[in-house]
Design a protein around this ligand. Structure first.
Ligand code: PRX
Length: 668
């Protein structure tokens, strides 16, 4: 149980400042405005938390009233982790797009700005009110219907951060179609595999994309390559973003702007069951191909909406900015569904933090008077490295709450964020969660939780984290470490892996019976605070992007001349983790610039540029056990340059391999 006491909070010190007191490195929320926060003391947090754990169904029933239901549920939850069976708000009926659009218009907020789109070029921006957005959503929803999309059909969205992406997502949920957003940096091959895995009927893409200095990312061209082998796709809708010449395939491709111009503005939202699928989002695991994580309508929306309001202390007139890409879960939950179900003004940013210069984030904050700013530690590290002059000329006084997500934030960047960006007056919420969890599970509440740099602190309401030993025993008490699992369900939890429920059970519920296993390790300190130590499986976290080692190894293995590859992570100053590839070439093939280049292009082709190895070492052999299993533990040590403590290598078939690997040269 949580044991931070209100008494620890010394409010009188430096009022108006986010003050560091007591216990060396603990920061207490103490600004005056925090007193009006949704949860404004640790006692209040403790009280609500306890209530949520004692009576979860009652708790989640009262939370679910925040959204509009055509019909309320018959039963709050029905969960059995032993069968990987998870249902929330059973037989409840709703429509997600109605909740994100019509509802706000009906309550008199139609003229409120829903999306502020900030283009890659600072001179380009657009604002859409809730009413304007609804018209656009209805029109494209009707276009999708005219192209034959029916409730339950899958629609793939392969786009950069342009407004049409959010509009298309909301149009899908209006008509009951299931969207599958594929991050715009994925290659044609990755796109093809994702389309085929969930047999998407339609693809929506754009001509080309702009991002930073790249002003012609060939989105449609990539899509065309992918579509040479995707039998389920009937039509392609193309958004004109840059206007460059592209090929349109007659009978298959249509322009978004041409189809929507005369489309009807009437489109009633379809009544959906709570457990009807809302979207599929592919994510990497430790083995096999990426998994289609499936989220459903009712529970996901309730959870995204509630966590967005409480964790960011969102208030009606706030301008909220999450810098993530919608191609990842953070964008789904905290650019689109959470903020929009709360009727918020949410910023959607097409660009990158360093274009046109390293002050871009802070220019956008000042330009739109951003109140909540949510980003990834990797972006903070990259900006911190460039010095404070990029920040000093900016005002930043609109900022109230700062957030991070995606990877552990270390003390230096936490302190920089607090001091240089937040001016020691903005609580930092370090939010831990996963594609699978749908929303944030462990995080401070800005006005309630004393924070410690690097700790995601305490579980959100209704969340029941435990630490397990390797044998699956719960490790009780504080000052301890183990494997992070969840003992009970929450409404935003994924329901299955699309098309493979057995894999869902095997991945998350088979290793430790009765628990959802996260794949992360964590420490619990003396105050019950969680410190995520990182993945304990073969999943890498590169600049907050999740990549499976097996996927990268597969891509390297497809390059000519490669016999075998093993990939591990290593600490990287900016990316958090970098990719280190050990490659064995076929007999008679020598390492060369050409082989190196062909390996890199194979990775870019198979996955995308974000999965390129940072370091590559050509090795005569890899360290294997006598049964032929690669000992990654040893490779990790070499990649981390921690070769003095190799541990036991006596089980290796050929221990001399280790020595030659240590001596081996590294090609960067
Ligand atoms: O290892 C954890 C790390 O990111 C993983 C989930 O990745 P993904 O599904 O892509 O979702 C990322 C955005 C929600 C986790 O298993 N992770 C996420 N947030 C944190 C984190 N590690 C440490 N601290 C965090 N705040």
């Amino acid at each position: 149980m949580v044991c931070i006491q209100n008494a620890l909070i010394i409010k009188s010190l430096n009022k108006g400042k986010y003050t560091m007191v007591r216990d060396n490195n603990t920061y207490f929320p103490s600004s005056e405005w925090l007193e009006n926060a949704h949860v404004n003391s640790i006692d209040k947090y403790n009280e609500i938390y306890e209530e949520s754990i004692k009576g979860p169904d009652q708790f989640w029933a009262s939370v679910a009233d925040r959204i509009d239901w055509y019909k309320r549920w018959d039963k709050v939850s029905d969960v059995d982790y032993n069968e990987a069976k998870i249902s929330w708000y059973l037989n409840g009926k709703l429509n997600v797009s109605y909740n994100c659009l019509d509802r706000h218009i009906d309550s008199g907020n139609g003229d409120k700005t829903a999306i502020i789109w900030e283009g890659n070029d600072p001179s380009e921006d657009k604002k859409y009110t809730y009413s304007e957005l609804l018209v656009r959503v209805k029109k494209i929803a009707n276009v999708l219907k005219s192209l034959g999309v029916k409730k339950g059909d899958r629609v793939c969205l392969y786009m950069q951060m342009i407004p049409e992406l959010s509009i298309a997502m909301l149009a899908c949920c209006r008509i009951g179609a299931v969207h599958s957003v594929v991050f715009g940096a994925f290659s044609a091959d990755s796109l093809r595999d994702r389309i085929n895995d969930s047999s998407c009927k339609i693809l929506i893409t754009q001509d080309t994309g702009v991002r930073g200095v790249k002003n012609n990312i060939p989105m449609k061209e990539n899509a065309d390559k992918a579509l040479t082998n995707t039998p389920s796709i009937d039509s392609v809708v193309v958004v004109k973003r840059t206007g460059v010449d592209i090929e349109m395939v007659s009978g298959r491709d249509v322009w978004w702007h041409e189809e929507t111009i005369n489309a009807s503005e009437d489109c009633e939202p379809v009544e959906m069951d709570s457990e009807d699928p809302l979207f599929i989002l592919y994510t990497s695991g430790s083995t096999g191909k990426p998994k289609g994580v499936l989220h459903t309508s009712g529970g996901y929306l309730v959870y995204a909406s509630y966590t967005h309001e409480i964790i960011f202390d969102y208030k009606k007139n706030d301008v909220y900015w999450c810098t993530a890409d919608i191609g990842w879960i953070t964008g789904h939950s905290y650019i689109v569904y959470g903020p929009m179900s709360n009727g918020a003004t949410t910023i959607m940013f097409e660009g990158v933090p360093n274009y046109p210069d390293f002050g871009r984030f802070w220019d956008v904050v000042d330009k739109h008077k951003v109140n909540q700013f949510y980003t990834a530690p990797t972006a903070l590290r990259a900006l911190m490295k460039e010095g404070n002059t990029w920040v000093e000329s900016k005002n930043l006084s609109s900022l109230r709450i700062l957030g991070t997500v995606g990877e552990p934030i270390k003390e230096p960047e936490w302190k920089w964020y607090n001091k240089i960006i937040g001016k020691e007056n903005c609580p930092i919420v370090d939010t831990w969660w996963q594609t699978e969890t749908g929303g944030i599970l462990i995080s401070p509440l800005p006005a309630a939780t004393p924070t410690k740099p690097g700790s995601a602190t305490l579980p959100f309401f209704g969340i029941n984290p435990v630490l397990l030993s390797d044998e699956g025993e719960e490790i009780k008490g504080n000052n301890t470490q183990g494997l992070l699992a969840l003992k009970t369900s929450w409404p935003g939890q994924m329901r299955t892996i699309y098309g493979d429920h057995k894999r869902f059970f095997d991945t998350y519920f088979s290793q430790f019976r009765g628990y959802y296993f996260t794949g992360d390790g964590a420490k619990r300190d003396k105050d019950g605070y969680y410190w995520i130590t990182g993945r304990v499986d073969d999943v890498l976290n590169i600049s907050g992007h999740r990549i499976g080692t097996a996927e990268v190894e597969g891509a390297i293995g497809k390059a000519n001349g490669v016999a075998e590859a093993a990939v591990v992570g290593f600490p990287h100053d900016i990316k958090g983790q970098g990719i280190y590839a050990f490659v064995t070439l076929m007999t008679g093939v020598n390492s060369s610039e050409r082989i190196f280049e062909s390996i890199i292009s194979s990775v870019v082709k198979e996955i995308g540029p974000h999965a390129k190895p940072d370091k590559m070492q050509f090795a005569p052999a890899l360290p294997k056990t006598r049964s032929g299993k690669i000992m990654r533990r040893i490779l990790r040590k070499i990649a981390e340059n921690d070769v003095d403590s190799m541990g036991d290598i006596s089980t290796l078939a050929d221990p001399s391999v280790v020595e030659s690997l240590i001596k081996g040269s590294i090609q960067v």
